[in-house]
Design a protein around this ligand. Structure first.
Ligand code: ATP
Ligand code: MG
Length: 624
């Protein structure tokens, strides 16, 4: 329990302690001194009385022997006037006062206490006694001519003794006060020289604790050269070294932070309870959850299953075995069920001391796109194989079909047939022509030229439309063709046909019975680089149109709203082809919900500068 009254600073503590100690020792010293002095003064007073009584008795004896009684009275008076003597008197053997130094009546006879001493007197022996609270008196019998002639009585003046003691006491007090003041001054000076640098040290430490970053107060000024000065210098050195270490640490932290923030991989750290302790922005982007929401949460709280479980098992495995795990493929549904996650994860132990794994770091690469691309490639390969199969079947059909067509021609022109049979032959010829057309289209799609050629766009668009002729007439879709018969373009004709087949197919899928389809082509200039000339194609329909969300994703591979019938590859492939031709797509679309007529307009610009070698880094250029 701290004493409230006790000062808090070293200086005042030392001063208070010193004054207290010195006052106590001074009092003790004064007590002992006074006691000893009192004893000495008492002893001296006894000796003095002894001597004075003896000398007065001898003088009286001499006076009596000389028969000069007036000398006795004189000697009594002289003794009474001595400085340490209170009174002197001479009595007869019966105790009656004969001579007294003072003329007071109480001196006329002896006190009972004095009288009590008479029987105790011994010849030629002085007797000193004390009575009545400290009165001291010396007495001696007077023998002259072998007879007791009386007694001498000398009483001490005790005030004289007291003065002596008071003098000693005062001298002690004055000396003590001077001693206390002088030592207090000295201690105050010494304490100041200790407490001042300590106060500087204290202020510096507090400033450092308040703002560890600020080094404004350092180094502390060292004004004294003793152990405290050494302490301050050591403190300054310690602060400098801490600041150096802090700077180094800050550098390392900034380095790590920038690595964490800018590395193109997802990074996350977990504690033993599989809670996120740190993640980088890429990881947060991958999970589509804000970075700050990760911290302190567990994997199942944030990520969908089964990815969360797989990752948690991996992290726990690393904590258990303390060995890294590399290139683990985690797959599962992402937050958006239509998009599947494929993550390539590596986990490694993070140790803060050699014997303990404190965290597990996880590096995650989002391989979903790569996986999807691989999938798309596989599907494209399959489609190509299917195309090749279809082409070879079409090719094989062509030969017997030619024979059938020829036979029907012969039957029609050279055989005598009745009207009904002739009708059947005409119908068979018509259907055979359709089969021939379909096989032609199939073959034409497959036989894509590997070299760009100058192709007639009118023929190309016609062939696409005739491919969909059946569906167009079934749905009563009015087709408006707006292109010049002579228009041509230097391009990979098969691929361009594929683009328009996709666009027209999509338009038909979107358009209801009785709708409109506009296909237009005209010479034009690049929207962004007017120096580039080319052909601008427009495929517009009065179909259902697209919502902004659909519009934003139509060029993604496998994005489709046609659940069963669509693969979602049409526009993705088309975009690839357009990029290959360094072309541009521009799209406008509106749904009926906006209250106006719905529909979609695709505009595609193909440059016609004869330069068809796309750079590898070229990216899709689509305006939505
Ligand atoms: N003219 C259009 N009108 C309305 N929606 C369209 C139109 N064109 C494309 N879309 C939308 O874009 C999506 C993607 O089209 P894309 O051609 O890439 O795939 P798909 O037609 O669904 O399938 P696939 O062409 O592989 O058979 C379609 O599912 C559809 O929702
Ligand atoms: Mg399509």
């Amino acid at each position: 329990m701290p004493m409230r009254w006790w000062p808090r600073s070293i200086r005042w503590q030392m001063l208070a302690g010193l004054v207290l100690l010195e006052t106590l020792s001074l009092l003790l010293f004064a007590f002992l001194l006074i006691r000893e002095q009192g004893r000495a003064v008492h002893g001296r007073a006894l000796q003095r009385l002894d001597h004075q009584a003896t000398s007065m008795a001898m003088q009286a004896r001499e006076a009596l022997l000389q028969n000069r009684p007036e000398w006795v009275g004189l000697s009594v008076k002289m003794m009474g006037a001595a400085p340490s003597v209170g009174s002197a008197k001479i009595t007869d053997p019966a105790g009656n006062v004969l001579y007294a130094s003072t003329g007071r009546s109480d001196q006329a006879s002896l006190d009972p206490a004095e009288r009590a001493q008479i029987p105790l007197m011994v010849q030629d022996q002085p007797r000193v006694f004390s009575f009545d609270h400290g009165r001291l008196e010396g007495a001696r019998p007077i023998y002259a001519g072998g007879m007791l002639r009386g007694y001498v009585w000398v009483e001490s003046d005790r005030s004289w003794d007291r003065v002596q003691l008071e003098t000693v006491f005062h001298a002690t007090l004055v000396f003590g006060a001077i001693w206390v003041i002088a030592s207090a001054l000295l201690v105050s000076f010494m304490a100041r020289s200790i407490s001042q640098p300590l106060a500087v040290l204290h202020r510096g430490t507090r400033a450092l604790m308040r703002s560890p970053e600020s080094a404004g107060n350092f180094p502390l000024p060292v004004s004294i050269h003793n152990e405290i000065g050494d302490l301050m210098e050591a403190f300054n050195r310690m602060v400098a070294s801490i600041q150096e270490q802090r700077a180094g640490l800050n550098d390392t932290l900034s380095l790590l932070d920038s690595m964490l923030a800018n590395a193109p991989i997802g990074l996350a750290f977990f504690d033993r309870r599989c809670r996120f302790v740190r993640v980088n922005q890429v990881f947060a982007d991958m999970t589509k959850i804000p970075l700050s929401r990760h911290l302190g949460r567990t994997l199942p709280e944030l990520l969908p299953q089964p990815v969360a479980q797989q990752l948690e098992d991996t992290v726990q495995g690393v904590f258990l075995r303390e060995d890294p795990v590399r290139n683990l493929e985690l797959t599962g549904e992402g937050p958006n069920p239509s998009r599947c996650w494929t993550w390539l994860a590596s986990a490694y132990p993070v140790r803060t001391n050699p014997h303990q794994v404190r965290w597990v770091g996880v590096i995650v690469l989002d391989a979903s796109d790569r996986k999807r691309n691989e999938e798309a490639l596989r599907k494209t390969e399959k489609l190509a194989a299917t195309g090749r199969l279809a082409a070879s079947i079409a090719h094989e059909i062509n030969n017997p079909l030619e024979a059938i067509t020829n036979l029907l021609f012969l039957m029609h022109n050279f055989c005598q047939l009745d009207e009904a049979t002739l009708n059947y032959v005409v119908m068979a010829e018509h259907e055979a022509r359709r089969i021939a057309e379909i096989t032609q289209q199939t073959l034409r799609f497959y036989r894509q030229s590997t070299l760009p050629v100058r192709a007639n766009m009118s023929d190309l668009l016609d062939s696409v439309l005739s491919l969909y002729q059946g569906r167009l007439s079934n749905l009563n879709i009015r087709v408006e063709k707006k292109y010049d018969a002579a228009m041509d373009l230097f391009c990979f004709a098969g691929e361009v046909r594929q683009v328009f087949a996709n666009l027209v197919g999509n338009a038909i899928d979107a358009t209801a019975d009785g709708g409109r389809l506009v296909v237009r082509a005209r010479r034009s200039r690049d929207w962004k680089a007017p120096a580039t000339i080319g052909v601008r194609f427009t495929v517009a329909d009065t179909g259902v149109g697209m919502s902004p969300e659909v519009r934003a994703r139509i060029f993604e591979a496998f994005f489709t709203t046609k659940e069963v019938t669509g693969t979602g590859l049409g526009l993705w492939v088309s975009q690839e082809i357009i990029v290959k031709h360094r072309g541009m797509v521009h799209l406008r679309s509106r749904t009926a919900s906006s209250g106006k007529l719905s529909g979609t307009v695709f505009q595609i610009f193909f440059p016609d500068d004869g330069d068809l070698k796309p750079a590898a880094s070229e990216t899709a250029s689509a305006e939505v």
